[in-house]
Each structure stands twice: as structure tokens, then as C-alpha cells.
Design a protein around this ligand. Structure first.
Ligand SMILES: *[C@@H]1O[C@H](CO)[C@@H](O)[C@H](O)[C@H]1NC(C)=O
Ligand SMILES: *[C@@H]1O[C@H](CO)[C@@H](O)[C@H](O)[C@H]1NC(C)=O
Ligand SMILES: *[C@@H]1O[C@H](CO)[C@@H](O)[C@H](O)[C@H]1NC(C)=O
Ligand SMILES: *[C@@H]1O[C@H](CO)[C@@H](O)[C@H](O)[C@H]1NC(C)=O
Ligand SMILES: *[C@@H]1O[C@H](CO)[C@@H](O)[C@H](O)[C@H]1NC(C)=O
Ligand SMILES: *[C@@H]1O[C@H](CO)[C@@H](O)[C@H](O)[C@H]1NC(C)=O
Ligand SMILES: [Ca+2]
Length: 530
């Protein structure tokens, strides 16, 4: 017992020297021998600039092709500097935003100058990681020769498919974006995830004084964890309880939209446009791999960051249970309760912790049904049903290319409501069609039928059911008859008994004549004795 206590103490020491959530598991000795204990865990923060891919737009925005002279805002008449892409000493390619500078030598990416004024000088810098990351400290972008007057930081959480603004920067927020200027310190816990426009990093202070533009992460953390981030538990508790807080710090891509360069004053001096351009020497992105609290390591494998998943999870972000470990559905680990959190491990199918009830990852709950003496899964998700969530719900069919534990295992039948008997389908997705309907979803008609919110027998066609007496077939639905004929196929003359009508040979009878005809035949019919 003493040894156990000492071991536990040791473990505690180890955990606290390592920092929070740095261990996914550890071997603990108990009376029954050594067993693994599992904890929520996350990788250490890292300098993600080492792993980012940079793309600058538009093409040709980088200076030096052709070679170009440029001036500085401080001394606009001393234009001895040159950018030349073909000379390594004078080139300013994009990778100089992420290099490791040595011996105090500042290296930077630089754009062409604003020769095309008043056409705006625009540039996008897109940073991609092909991995979900979570910010752990301030993003810091270092501008040489002055910070932009207007810029936007965007982020994507889905590998660049969709983008959203992260922060706006301008020397005049109202003028540039019609937003009131804010500082992060104006934010309260309730609106900490608000996207703001700040004027803090865009005002002209001389190009040597403050070169940095920040996206403040520390100040946002401090709202919960205190000014020196001494109470990280409190932040982690918020991460679990406050909707959108973790997502706010999560991204796969970032984009800087540079909209207006530093001016060094209020106005653009049109007689010296060679002093206006963008130059960035460094982009610092301190973050950790997002592994859903299932990994403490994140490694570069084949050029991509990859969580080293524990707890029998898998996937780039440990966002799935491993095959064969889907007794329950997948869950992210939890920071709570402090200090070790809850690992929410994936459990082996049919293992005791899954209560011997395999649900193929479609349910987390089992229940014992007394009178049947069975254990059954409760609230099967992903459109499954059954004791083990092994069947598809009515209106769904089994996806032949998916395993039973796949989220996509059941596909909606999608039977056409008008053409089908009901919304169920057979094992290969075929619906049961009403008379005249056909196709897997019963949204087509058999030959001899036409579609009008369901299939109906043709009234006329070009082969068997011909319209007569010059009638024309309208969409298989009806014969459009000449005025003097009627009947489904225009087979009937309108005035069979009327002599006057027989004589009418002109194709277009006037309405008056027609009326007269009808009247005459009516009169004849009533007057003729039976
Ligand atoms: C920068 O990206 C935005 C979309 O985020 C796009 O609308 C704009 O045209 C791009 N600008 C340049 C200069 O490529
Ligand atoms: C992104 O990462 C995934 C998983 O590591 C990999 O399969 C994919 O090929 C990568 N895509 C690119 C464009 O590198
Ligand atoms: C955030 O909330 C605080 C207090 O509730 C308020 O004073 C502040 O204006 C809000 N900030 C934004 C950007 O809405
Ligand atoms: C994961 O599965 C392996 C192999 O069955 C097992 O030894 C290990 O304890 C499991 N880990 C967790 C966290 O359940
Ligand atoms: C069937 O399952 C496979 C494998 O998971 C999946 O890629 C595919 O999208 C599924 N098909 C449908 C129609 O959902
Ligand atoms: C489903 O119905 C179609 C069409 O009737 C048939 O070809 C198919 O074999 C059926 N599939 C199953 C699994 O019964
Ligand atoms: Ca550099």
C-alpha cells in the first residue's frame, strides 16, 4: 500500500512537471498487478510556421520580376534599394516569411510597389497545414517598412472550402469596414469569440517602432485564466462548457488579405509611389495539433502533421474509433474533471466495458429488457435500428460498400412519393412502384404511361391511340379536337343529326355557327316525336 501511494505521488509529480494533459496513459500498480490508466491528453504547442505551406496571390505580386527599385517611407528620396528575383541576395520570395533568421539578418517577402495607384494594391497570403490546429498563443506577423493601413485575417476550418473573417485591422475601422473599433480587452467572457475590428496595429508609428500585427490569443485566454494564465483549469473548464470557444481557436488554414499598404502619413504621395509596398519578415503561429484529447504526440509524416492517436482512436485528428473498437460511438476526450480529464476511450466490440452489447458505434447506451431477458442498444444513431443497431431504419437500405460500424451504413431510400406504394425499399434500394411507374425510385413511367404527379395511362399516342378527324395529341394526355369534333379521340362529330352541320366544310366554323348548330340539334331532338 505504501509503494502504491509513493507511485501515485511520483506519477503526480511527473504529470505536474510535464504540464497538463501531456500523458495519455501510464502504468499503475494495484493489488492485482500493473494496469494501464488512461487520461485525456494533447500535444505540446509548437511553432507551426515550420509546417505551413504558403501561397501568395495574385501571381506576380512578389517583387523582382522584372527587377525594381524601391524607396522607404522614412527617406523617400534615397531609393537605392533593389529587388531582383534572379539574384539570391536581392530576391524576396515568400519562404522568407517562415525561415529561421540567423545572425540578426532580417529576411523578408516583398511585393511590387504601388506604381498602379489609384488601382488598389492587393495581396493575399494563404497559409495551409492540411491539419486541424488549435492556437495556443498570439499569431504575430512582422512587417518591415510599416504595417498595412487596412488588412483582414481570415480562417478556414475545413481545408479551405469555406472561409470566415477572424479579425479586421484598419487605422480607421468605421471608414474601412463600417465597424466600431474594439480591443480584445473590451471583450467580456460572454462575447470573447466576437470578430472585431482593431485599430491597434494599423496606425503609423514609424516603420522601426512597432512592426508587429497580432491576433490576440493570450489576452482572450486571460479573460478566463487570469492575467498570467495561472488558472488554466478555469480556461479548460470553459472550453468544455462554452459553445464555440474551442472552435474559435481552431483552424486548418489562415489567410491575410492585405488591402492597403502603410502610407507613412494621411495621404498617398502620387509623385513617389515606389515607397508603397508590403514586406513581411516573419509569421509566427503558435498552436498545437487538434487531436480531440486522444494524443500527446503529433508528427510530420509524409509532409503532413498527424496525431499519434491513443485510446484506440484513429484518423488525422483522432476523430474516429479504430476498426473493432466501436462498441460505443466515438467521443472527444474531456478536460474535465481536472487535472487528468476523461479519456473517453473507444472500447473493443463485445468487451465488458461495452456491456457485452455491440452497437457498432451507433449508440452509447444499452438497456436490459426484463421480460425478453436481452440487452439491447438504445437510441441507435445514423439511421440504424435493432438490438445491436445492425439493421437500417425503415426508409433506409444497407450501403453495400460500408462496414456495419460505418456512419454511412444506411442510405435513404428516397422513393418518389407519387410513384411509390410506400417509402420503404428493398436491400438494393429499389422502391415498390405503383401501376405504370418504374425505375429504382419509381420516378419514371412505363411505356404507355405519362407522368403527372404519378403515372397515368396514355390517352393518345402516335401508334395505337390515334386522335382522329385531324385532332392532335397533347402530351399523351388528351386529344385537342377541331371544333366540330369531340370525344376522347375526336371520333365524334358535334352535330351528327344536324343537316346544316354536315354541309359545313370550312375548317373554321365561327362560334355563332356552332351555337346555331347546337341549338338546332337540340330543337330537333325535343321536337321529334319518339
Ligand atoms: C483574396 O481572397 C479573396 C477571397 O478570400 C478573394 O475574393 C480576392 O479576390 C483575393 N485577392 C487576390 C488579390 O487574389
Ligand atoms: C492531407 O493529409 C491527409 C492525411 O494525412 C493526406 O491523406 C492527404 O493526402 C493530404 N493532402 C495534401 C494535399 O497533402
Ligand atoms: C462585450 O460585452 C461587454 C460587456 O457585456 C460590452 O461592454 C462590450 O461592448 C461587448 N463587446 C462587443 C464587441 O460586443
Ligand atoms: C486499445 O486496444 C488494445 C488492444 O486490444 C488494448 O491493449 C488497449 O488497452 C486499448 N486501449 C484503450 C485505451 O482502451
Ligand atoms: C457508402 O459507404 C461508403 C464508405 O463509407 C461511403 O464512401 C459512401 O459515401 C456511402 N454511400 C452513400 C450513398 O452514402
Ligand atoms: C430489389 O429489387 C430489384 C428490382 O425488383 C431487384 O433487381 C433486386 O434484386 C432486389 N434486391 C434485393 C436484395 O432483393
Ligand atoms: Ca524571415
Amino acid at each position: 500500500m505504501l509503494i502504491q501511494a509513493v507511485l501515485l505521488l511520483l506519477l503526480h509529480c511527473l504529470a505536474s512537471t510535464l504540464g497538463q494533459y501531456e500523458l495519455c496513459k501510464s502504468l499503475v500498480s494495484t493489488d492485482e498487478g500493473s494496469v494501464w490508466e488512461h487520461y485525456a491528453c494533447q500535444p505540446k504547442p509548437a511553432s507551426m510556421k515550420d509546417y505551413m505551406r504558403i501561397k501568395v496571390d495574385p501571381p506576380g505580386i512578389t517583387c523582382g520580376n522584372p527587377p525594381e527599385r524601391f524607396c522607404t517611407l522614412e527617406n523617400p528620396y534615397l531609393c537605392s534599394d533593389e529587388c531582383d528575383a534572379s539574384n539570391p541576395d536581392l530576391a524576396h520570395p515568400p519562404q522568407l516569411m517562415q525561415d529561421r533568421e540567423r545572425n540578426g539578418l532580417i529576411t523578408y517577402w516583398q511585393t511590387v510597389t504601388w506604381r498602379r495607384h489609384p488601382e488598389p494594391l492587393l495581396a493575399n497570403i494563404t497559409l495551409s497545414w492540411n491539419k486541424s490546429l488549435e492556437l495556443t498563443d498570439d499569431i504575430q506577423i512582422t512587417f518591415e517598412y510599416g504595417r498595412p493601413t487596412i488588412m483582414v485575417l481570415d480562417k478556414s476550418m475545413d481545408h479551405g472550402r469555406s472561409w470566415q473573417p477572424y479579425q479586421f485591422y484598419a487605422d480607421d475601422c468605421l471608414d474601412a469596414f463600417n465597424m466600431p473599433p474594439k480591443r480584445v480587452r473590451d471583450l467580456s467572457p460572454a462575447n470573447i469569440t466576437r470578430v472585431i475590428c482593431t485599430e491597434q496595429y494599423s496606425r503609423w508609428v514609424g516603420s522601426k517602432n512597432d512592426k508587429n500585427v497580432k491576433f490576440e490569443v493570450r489576452a482572450r485566454f486571460a479573460v478566463f485564466a487570469g492575467p498570467r494564465l495561472q488558472n488554466m483549469d478555469s480556461l479548460y473548464t470553459r472550453m468544455e462548457s462554452m459553445k464555440g470557444l474551442r472552435d474559435f481557436f481552431t483552424f486548418t488554414n489562415l489567410r491575410l488579405r492585405l488591402l492597403k499598404p502603410a502610407l507613412g502619413g494621411t495621404y498617398v504621395q502620387r509623385d513617389n509611389l515606389l515607397k508603397y509596398f508590403y514586406a513581411i519578415s516573419n509569421i509566427e503561429v503558435p498552436a498545437r495539433c487538434k487531436c480531440n484529447l486522444h494524443a500527446s504526440q503529433c508528427l510530420l509524416i509524409d509532409g503532413n502533421l498527424q496525431c499519434q492517436c491513443e485510446h484506440n482512436t484513429t484518423g488525422q485528428d483522432c476523430q474516429r474509433c479504430k476498426k473493432g473498437f466501436k462498441a460505443k460511438s466515438w467521443k472527444a476526450g474531456s478536460y474535465l474533471p481536472a487535472p487528468n480529464g476523461t479519456p473517453n476511450t473507444c472500447t473493443i466490440a463485445g468487451s465488458p466495458s461495452g456491456s457485452n452489447c455491440e452497437c457498432y458505434g451507433h449508440s452509447n447506451r444499452c438497456s436490459y429488457i426484463d421480460y425478453l431477458n436481452i440487452v439491447t442498444c438504445v437510441s441507435c444513431k445514423h439511421n440504424t435500428r435493432g438490438q445491436n443497431c445492425q439493421h437500417c431504419r425503415l426508409g433506409y437500405f444497407r450501403n453495400a460498400s460500408a462496414e456495419l460500424d460505418d456512419e454511412n451504413v444506411c442510405i435513404e431510400c428516397n422513393c418518389n412519393q407519387m410513384g411509390s406504394v410506400h417509402d420503404r425499399c428493398n436491400g438494393t434500394g429499389f422502391c415498390q412502384c405503383k401501376d405504370g411507374a418504374t425505375g429504382a425510385k419509381c420516378d419514371d413511367c412505363l411505356p404507355g404511361f405519362y407522368w403527372k404527379q404519378g403515372c397515368y395511362s396514355n390517352i393518345c399516342d402516335e401508334e395505337m391511340l390515334l386522335c382522329q378527324n385531324g385532332g392532335t395529341c397533347y402530351q399523351n394526355q388528351k386529344c385537342i379536337c377541331p371544333p366540330e369534333f369531340k370525344g376522347v379521340l375526336c371520333q365524334q362529330s358535334r352535330c351528327e343529326a344536324g343537316k346544316d352541320c354536315n354541309g359545313a366544310s370550312s375548317p373554321h366554323l365561327s362560334t355563332a355557327t356552332l351555337l346555331l348548330c347546337t341549338l338546332l340539334s337540340y330543337l330537333l331532338a325535343t321536337l321529334t316525336p319518339h
